[in-house]
Design a protein around this ligand. Structure first.
Ligand code: ATP
Ligand code: MG
Length: 372
Protein backbone atom coordinates (compact mmCIF):
# COMPACT_ATOMS: atom_id res chain seq x y z
CA UNK A 1 0.00 0.00 0.00
CA UNK A 2 1.17 3.48 -0.73
CA UNK A 3 1.97 5.66 2.24
CA UNK A 4 -0.95 7.99 1.51
CA UNK A 5 -3.36 5.06 1.42
CA UNK A 6 -1.99 3.77 4.71
CA UNK A 7 -2.46 7.21 6.15
CA UNK A 8 -6.04 7.44 4.88
CA UNK A 9 -6.84 4.00 6.32
CA UNK A 10 -5.60 5.08 9.71
CA UNK A 11 -6.75 8.69 9.93
CA UNK A 12 -9.63 10.72 8.62
CA UNK A 13 -8.09 13.23 6.16
CA UNK A 14 -10.59 15.82 7.43
CA UNK A 15 -9.21 15.35 10.93
CA UNK A 16 -5.68 15.93 9.70
CA UNK A 17 -6.68 19.09 7.85
CA UNK A 18 -8.62 20.36 10.86
CA UNK A 19 -5.52 20.03 13.03
CA UNK A 20 -3.41 22.26 10.82
CA UNK A 21 -2.62 25.74 12.14
CA UNK A 22 -3.41 27.34 8.77
CA UNK A 23 -6.76 27.72 7.07
CA UNK A 24 -7.33 25.33 4.16
CA UNK A 25 -9.92 26.08 1.48
CA UNK A 26 -10.54 24.13 -1.71
CA UNK A 27 -12.31 25.88 -4.57
CA UNK A 28 -13.21 24.80 -8.08
CA UNK A 29 -12.43 26.59 -11.30
CA UNK A 30 -15.38 28.93 -10.80
CA UNK A 31 -14.23 29.90 -7.30
CA UNK A 32 -17.01 27.90 -5.66
CA UNK A 33 -15.92 26.73 -2.21
CA UNK A 34 -15.90 22.93 -1.90
CA UNK A 35 -14.05 22.41 1.35
CA UNK A 36 -12.95 24.41 4.38
CA UNK A 37 -11.11 23.17 7.46
CA UNK A 38 -11.90 24.32 10.96
CA UNK A 39 -9.15 26.96 11.02
CA UNK A 40 -10.80 28.54 7.96
CA UNK A 41 -14.07 28.56 9.88
CA UNK A 42 -12.31 30.40 12.69
CA UNK A 43 -10.56 32.95 10.51
CA UNK A 44 -13.70 33.79 8.55
CA UNK A 45 -15.90 33.42 11.62
CA UNK A 46 -18.35 31.36 9.58
CA UNK A 47 -19.43 27.76 9.68
CA UNK A 48 -18.50 25.29 6.99
CA UNK A 49 -22.21 24.91 6.20
CA UNK A 50 -22.40 28.63 5.49
CA UNK A 51 -19.28 28.74 3.36
CA UNK A 52 -19.65 25.60 1.23
CA UNK A 53 -21.13 26.39 -2.16
CA UNK A 54 -20.45 30.14 -1.76
CA UNK A 55 -18.16 32.00 -4.08
CA UNK A 56 -14.71 32.66 -2.61
CA UNK A 57 -14.78 36.43 -3.39
CA UNK A 58 -17.95 36.80 -1.32
CA UNK A 59 -15.89 36.05 1.81
CA UNK A 60 -13.16 38.49 0.92
CA UNK A 61 -12.97 42.28 0.91
CA UNK A 62 -13.78 43.98 -2.37
CA UNK A 63 -10.81 44.00 -4.74
CA UNK A 64 -8.91 41.31 -2.82
CA UNK A 65 -6.01 39.88 -4.85
CA UNK A 66 -6.77 36.30 -3.74
CA UNK A 67 -9.15 35.34 -6.62
CA UNK A 68 -6.52 36.58 -9.05
CA UNK A 69 -3.98 34.28 -7.38
CA UNK A 70 -6.35 31.36 -7.92
CA UNK A 71 -6.59 32.24 -11.62
CA UNK A 72 -2.85 32.54 -11.85
CA UNK A 73 -2.25 29.18 -10.15
CA UNK A 74 -4.70 27.57 -12.56
CA UNK A 75 -3.32 29.15 -15.69
CA UNK A 76 0.34 28.53 -14.84
CA UNK A 77 -0.26 25.10 -13.27
CA UNK A 78 2.05 26.07 -10.48
CA UNK A 79 1.74 27.32 -6.92
CA UNK A 80 1.82 31.03 -6.10
CA UNK A 81 2.42 32.78 -2.80
CA UNK A 82 1.44 36.21 -1.69
CA UNK A 83 2.26 37.91 1.56
CA UNK A 84 0.51 40.30 3.88
CA UNK A 85 -2.90 40.24 2.30
CA UNK A 86 -5.57 42.07 4.22
CA UNK A 87 -8.74 39.99 4.52
CA UNK A 88 -10.37 42.23 7.13
CA UNK A 89 -14.12 42.60 6.79
CA UNK A 90 -16.98 43.19 9.22
CA UNK A 91 -17.21 39.42 9.47
CA UNK A 92 -13.54 38.64 10.17
CA UNK A 93 -12.86 41.78 12.20
CA UNK A 94 -10.15 44.41 11.81
CA UNK A 95 -6.49 43.75 11.18
CA UNK A 96 -6.67 40.25 9.70
CA UNK A 97 -3.51 39.90 7.66
CA UNK A 98 -2.60 36.59 6.08
CA UNK A 99 0.08 34.97 3.97
CA UNK A 100 -1.49 32.95 1.18
CA UNK A 101 -0.27 29.87 -0.64
CA UNK A 102 -2.36 28.81 -3.63
CA UNK A 103 -1.70 25.52 -5.41
CA UNK A 104 -3.55 23.67 -8.15
CA UNK A 105 -4.42 20.14 -7.04
CA UNK A 106 -2.72 17.60 -9.21
CA UNK A 107 -5.28 14.81 -8.89
CA UNK A 108 -8.34 17.02 -9.33
CA UNK A 109 -7.74 19.22 -12.31
CA UNK A 110 -9.44 22.57 -11.97
CA UNK A 111 -9.48 22.40 -8.19
CA UNK A 112 -7.28 24.72 -6.22
CA UNK A 113 -6.11 24.47 -2.64
CA UNK A 114 -5.58 27.69 -0.73
CA UNK A 115 -3.79 27.77 2.56
CA UNK A 116 -3.87 30.95 4.59
CA UNK A 117 -1.71 31.67 7.58
CA UNK A 118 -2.57 34.48 9.85
CA UNK A 119 0.19 36.82 10.92
CA UNK A 120 0.42 37.55 14.58
CA UNK A 121 0.10 41.16 15.65
CA UNK A 122 3.65 41.27 16.98
CA UNK A 123 5.08 39.86 13.82
CA UNK A 124 3.13 42.27 11.66
CA UNK A 125 4.18 45.31 13.58
CA UNK A 126 7.69 44.03 13.74
CA UNK A 127 8.01 43.30 10.05
CA UNK A 128 6.25 46.38 8.83
CA UNK A 129 7.92 48.85 11.11
CA UNK A 130 11.36 47.47 11.54
CA UNK A 131 12.88 48.01 8.20
CA UNK A 132 10.69 50.83 6.97
CA UNK A 133 10.29 52.98 10.04
CA UNK A 134 13.73 52.38 11.44
CA UNK A 135 15.52 53.46 8.34
CA UNK A 136 13.42 56.60 8.11
CA UNK A 137 13.81 57.65 11.71
CA UNK A 138 17.55 57.75 11.34
CA UNK A 139 17.46 59.76 8.13
CA UNK A 140 16.78 63.17 9.66
CA UNK A 141 19.04 62.52 12.59
CA UNK A 142 21.90 61.61 10.28
CA UNK A 143 21.65 64.84 8.34
CA UNK A 144 21.58 66.85 11.56
CA UNK A 145 24.52 64.96 13.05
CA UNK A 146 26.66 65.48 10.02
CA UNK A 147 26.41 69.23 10.41
CA UNK A 148 26.21 69.65 14.14
CA UNK A 149 28.87 67.16 15.13
CA UNK A 150 31.43 66.99 12.38
CA UNK A 151 32.27 70.69 12.36
CA UNK A 152 32.95 71.05 16.08
CA UNK A 153 34.78 67.72 15.99
CA UNK A 154 37.25 68.93 13.44
CA UNK A 155 37.96 71.85 15.76
CA UNK A 156 38.52 69.53 18.71
CA UNK A 157 40.73 67.29 16.64
CA UNK A 158 42.84 70.20 15.47
CA UNK A 159 43.24 71.50 19.00
CA UNK A 160 44.25 68.07 20.29
CA UNK A 161 46.82 67.77 17.55
CA UNK A 162 48.27 71.12 18.55
CA UNK A 163 48.35 70.10 22.19
CA UNK A 164 50.27 66.97 21.30
CA UNK A 165 53.17 69.10 20.19
CA UNK A 166 53.32 71.34 23.26
CA UNK A 167 52.34 69.23 26.29
CA UNK A 168 54.95 67.38 28.37
CA UNK A 169 55.63 63.78 27.33
CA UNK A 170 53.52 62.26 30.08
CA UNK A 171 50.40 64.06 28.89
CA UNK A 172 50.90 63.47 25.19
CA UNK A 173 49.06 60.17 25.40
CA UNK A 174 45.97 61.98 26.62
CA UNK A 175 46.06 64.38 23.70
CA UNK A 176 46.42 61.41 21.37
CA UNK A 177 43.46 59.77 23.00
CA UNK A 178 41.35 62.85 22.22
CA UNK A 179 42.44 62.67 18.59
CA UNK A 180 41.78 58.94 18.24
CA UNK A 181 38.39 59.17 19.83
CA UNK A 182 37.32 62.09 17.67
CA UNK A 183 38.42 60.09 14.64
CA UNK A 184 36.22 57.25 15.80
CA UNK A 185 33.22 59.55 16.15
CA UNK A 186 33.82 61.01 12.69
CA UNK A 187 33.79 57.46 11.29
CA UNK A 188 30.44 56.73 12.90
CA UNK A 189 28.98 59.99 11.65
CA UNK A 190 30.32 59.24 8.19
CA UNK A 191 28.56 55.88 8.21
CA UNK A 192 25.39 57.60 9.32
CA UNK A 193 25.58 60.13 6.54
CA UNK A 194 24.66 57.36 4.13
CA UNK A 195 21.24 57.40 5.77
CA UNK A 196 20.59 61.02 4.97
CA UNK A 197 21.19 60.40 1.29
CA UNK A 198 17.68 60.34 -0.11
CA UNK A 199 18.53 60.44 -3.78
CA UNK A 200 16.83 57.57 -5.59
CA UNK A 201 19.18 54.74 -6.47
CA UNK A 202 20.56 54.55 -9.94
CA UNK A 203 19.33 51.23 -11.16
CA UNK A 204 21.30 48.91 -13.37
CA UNK A 205 21.03 45.20 -14.09
CA UNK A 206 22.95 43.56 -11.25
CA UNK A 207 24.44 40.09 -11.46
CA UNK A 208 23.94 38.99 -7.89
CA UNK A 209 26.22 36.00 -8.15
CA UNK A 210 29.14 38.29 -8.85
CA UNK A 211 28.00 40.53 -5.99
CA UNK A 212 27.95 37.55 -3.63
CA UNK A 213 31.26 36.32 -5.05
CA UNK A 214 32.88 39.69 -4.38
CA UNK A 215 31.50 39.76 -0.85
CA UNK A 216 32.79 36.27 -0.19
CA UNK A 217 36.21 37.22 -1.53
CA UNK A 218 36.42 40.34 0.64
CA UNK A 219 35.25 38.34 3.66
CA UNK A 220 37.65 35.42 3.12
CA UNK A 221 40.59 37.75 2.80
CA UNK A 222 39.63 39.83 5.78
CA UNK A 223 37.25 39.34 8.64
CA UNK A 224 36.10 35.78 7.90
CA UNK A 225 39.33 33.84 7.44
CA UNK A 226 38.40 30.83 9.55
CA UNK A 227 34.91 30.43 8.17
CA UNK A 228 33.74 27.81 5.71
CA UNK A 229 31.67 29.28 2.89
CA UNK A 230 29.04 27.40 0.89
CA UNK A 231 27.23 28.65 -2.15
CA UNK A 232 23.96 27.25 -3.45
CA UNK A 233 22.94 29.26 -6.47
CA UNK A 234 20.29 28.98 -9.10
CA UNK A 235 22.52 29.57 -12.13
CA UNK A 236 19.64 30.67 -14.35
CA UNK A 237 18.72 33.58 -12.11
CA UNK A 238 17.95 36.82 -13.96
CA UNK A 239 19.55 40.11 -12.98
CA UNK A 240 18.32 42.21 -10.09
CA UNK A 241 17.26 45.78 -10.65
CA UNK A 242 19.44 47.79 -8.30
CA UNK A 243 22.77 49.35 -7.49
CA UNK A 244 25.75 47.00 -7.49
CA UNK A 245 27.77 49.03 -4.98
CA UNK A 246 24.95 49.33 -2.52
CA UNK A 247 24.06 45.65 -2.76
CA UNK A 248 27.68 44.70 -2.11
CA UNK A 249 27.51 46.86 1.01
CA UNK A 250 24.29 45.14 2.11
CA UNK A 251 25.65 41.61 1.77
CA UNK A 252 28.97 42.61 3.26
CA UNK A 253 27.12 43.79 6.38
CA UNK A 254 25.14 40.55 6.55
CA UNK A 255 28.19 38.34 6.01
CA UNK A 256 30.14 40.35 8.59
CA UNK A 257 27.40 39.82 11.16
CA UNK A 258 27.25 36.13 10.24
CA UNK A 259 31.00 35.71 10.63
CA UNK A 260 30.89 37.48 13.99
CA UNK A 261 28.07 35.16 15.03
CA UNK A 262 29.99 31.98 14.15
CA UNK A 263 33.36 33.11 15.51
CA UNK A 264 32.91 31.33 18.86
CA UNK A 265 31.26 28.23 17.40
CA UNK A 266 32.91 24.91 16.60
CA UNK A 267 31.04 24.76 13.30
CA UNK A 268 31.74 28.00 11.49
CA UNK A 269 29.82 28.01 8.26
CA UNK A 270 28.14 30.68 6.19
CA UNK A 271 25.85 29.62 3.35
CA UNK A 272 24.92 31.97 0.54
CA UNK A 273 21.91 30.98 -1.55
CA UNK A 274 19.94 32.36 -4.43
CA UNK A 275 16.57 31.22 -5.72
CA UNK A 276 13.80 32.20 -8.07
CA UNK A 277 10.41 32.54 -6.37
CA UNK A 278 8.00 33.69 -9.04
CA UNK A 279 5.00 33.61 -6.72
CA UNK A 280 6.23 36.26 -4.29
CA UNK A 281 4.62 39.66 -4.45
CA UNK A 282 4.58 42.45 -1.96
CA UNK A 283 2.48 45.52 -1.32
CA UNK A 284 4.62 48.64 -1.49
CA UNK A 285 4.03 51.02 1.37
CA UNK A 286 1.39 53.62 0.68
CA UNK A 287 0.19 52.06 -2.54
CA UNK A 288 -2.12 49.30 -3.65
CA UNK A 289 0.35 48.20 -6.27
CA UNK A 290 1.88 44.80 -5.58
CA UNK A 291 5.40 44.50 -6.81
CA UNK A 292 6.86 41.18 -7.90
CA UNK A 293 9.90 40.29 -5.82
CA UNK A 294 10.89 37.00 -7.33
CA UNK A 295 14.60 36.94 -6.53
CA UNK A 296 15.58 35.63 -3.14
CA UNK A 297 19.03 35.74 -1.56
CA UNK A 298 19.86 34.30 1.84
CA UNK A 299 22.81 34.51 4.19
CA UNK A 300 22.64 31.66 6.68
CA UNK A 301 25.07 31.10 9.52
CA UNK A 302 25.66 28.43 12.15
CA UNK A 303 25.83 30.97 14.95
CA UNK A 304 23.97 30.95 18.26
CA UNK A 305 20.95 32.85 16.93
CA UNK A 306 19.40 36.10 18.06
CA UNK A 307 17.31 36.30 21.20
CA UNK A 308 13.64 37.06 20.71
CA UNK A 309 13.82 40.40 22.51
CA UNK A 310 16.69 41.51 20.32
CA UNK A 311 15.08 40.21 17.13
CA UNK A 312 12.29 42.74 17.40
CA UNK A 313 14.81 45.57 17.24
CA UNK A 314 17.81 44.49 15.20
CA UNK A 315 16.92 46.68 12.22
CA UNK A 316 16.82 49.78 14.36
CA UNK A 317 19.92 51.95 14.41
CA UNK A 318 22.25 51.73 17.43
CA UNK A 319 20.89 48.35 18.50
CA UNK A 320 23.91 46.19 19.12
CA UNK A 321 25.09 43.42 21.41
CA UNK A 322 28.75 43.91 20.58
CA UNK A 323 31.23 45.91 22.55
CA UNK A 324 32.62 47.56 19.47
CA UNK A 325 29.44 47.43 17.40
CA UNK A 326 27.77 50.63 16.30
CA UNK A 327 24.46 48.93 15.54
CA UNK A 328 24.28 50.54 12.12
CA UNK A 329 24.92 47.48 9.94
CA UNK A 330 21.37 46.16 9.75
CA UNK A 331 19.79 49.62 9.78
CA UNK A 332 21.76 50.28 6.64
CA UNK A 333 20.68 46.96 5.14
CA UNK A 334 17.07 47.91 5.85
CA UNK A 335 17.44 51.31 4.29
CA UNK A 336 19.11 50.14 1.11
CA UNK A 337 16.68 47.27 0.61
CA UNK A 338 13.74 49.58 1.14
CA UNK A 339 15.12 51.95 -1.49
CA UNK A 340 15.35 48.98 -3.83
CA UNK A 341 11.67 48.23 -3.17
CA UNK A 342 12.63 44.86 -1.66
CA UNK A 343 12.09 43.19 1.67
CA UNK A 344 14.41 41.79 4.29
CA UNK A 345 13.41 39.21 6.85
CA UNK A 346 15.20 37.45 9.64
CA UNK A 347 14.68 33.88 10.82
CA UNK A 348 16.68 32.91 13.83
CA UNK A 349 16.85 29.96 16.18
CA UNK A 350 19.44 28.41 18.48
CA UNK A 351 21.35 26.71 15.68
CA UNK A 352 21.65 29.63 13.35
CA UNK A 353 20.26 32.66 11.64
CA UNK A 354 19.07 33.36 8.12
CA UNK A 355 18.67 36.80 6.62
CA UNK A 356 16.45 36.61 3.55
CA UNK A 357 16.34 39.39 1.02
CA UNK A 358 13.83 39.58 -1.79
CA UNK A 359 14.45 41.88 -4.71
CA UNK A 360 12.78 42.83 -7.97
CA UNK A 361 14.19 41.48 -11.23
CA UNK A 362 15.56 43.80 -13.91
CA UNK A 363 12.93 44.35 -16.56
CA UNK A 364 14.36 45.66 -19.79
CA UNK A 365 11.17 47.47 -20.82
CA UNK A 366 10.65 49.48 -17.65
CA UNK A 367 13.99 49.68 -15.88
CA UNK A 368 16.07 50.57 -18.90
CA UNK A 369 14.00 53.72 -19.40
CA UNK A 370 15.39 55.11 -16.17
CA UNK A 371 12.39 54.42 -13.94
CA UNK A 372 13.22 54.29 -10.25
N1 ATP B 1 23.79 36.63 12.05
C1 ATP B 1 23.61 37.06 13.31
N2 ATP B 1 23.65 36.19 14.35
C2 ATP B 1 23.47 36.62 15.62
N3 ATP B 1 23.22 37.90 15.96
C3 ATP B 1 23.15 38.80 14.97
C4 ATP B 1 23.35 38.44 13.60
N4 ATP B 1 23.20 39.56 12.86
C5 ATP B 1 22.95 40.57 13.71
N5 ATP B 1 22.92 40.13 14.98
C6 ATP B 1 22.64 40.93 16.18
O1 ATP B 1 22.07 42.16 15.76
C7 ATP B 1 22.82 43.25 16.29
C8 ATP B 1 22.76 44.40 15.32
O2 ATP B 1 23.51 44.12 14.14
P1 ATP B 1 24.09 45.33 13.29
O3 ATP B 1 24.83 44.78 12.14
O4 ATP B 1 23.00 46.29 13.01
O5 ATP B 1 25.07 46.03 14.28
P2 ATP B 1 26.48 45.51 14.83
O6 ATP B 1 26.95 44.35 14.02
O7 ATP B 1 26.35 45.30 16.29
O8 ATP B 1 27.39 46.78 14.56
P3 ATP B 1 27.97 47.28 13.15
O9 ATP B 1 27.41 46.39 12.09
O10 ATP B 1 27.44 48.67 13.02
O11 ATP B 1 29.42 47.21 13.29
C9 ATP B 1 24.19 42.68 16.53
O12 ATP B 1 24.88 43.39 17.53
C10 ATP B 1 23.89 41.25 16.96
O13 ATP B 1 23.53 41.21 18.30
MG1 MG C 1 26.97 44.42 11.94
Amino acid sequence: MKFVEQLAAKFDPGDILDSLPGAVIIVDRENVIEYVNSTAENIFRSSATYMLGKLLPSLLPYGSPIPELVDRALSTHSPVNDYRIDISSPRTGEGKIVDVHVAPMTQNSGKVLLSLRERSMAERINRQLTHRGAARSVTGLAAMLAHEIKNPLSGIRGAAQLLETVVPDGDRELAQLIRDETDRIVKIVDRMEIFSDQTPIEREPVNMHSVLGRVRQIAENGFAQNVEFREQYDPSLPHVSGSTDQLIQVFLNLVKNASEAVSEQTKRRITLTSAYRPGIRFARSGSQERAALPLEFCVTDTGPGISEELQAHIFEPFVTSRINGSGLGLALVAKVIEQHGGIVECDSHKKGTTFRIMLPAWLEETDAEGGT
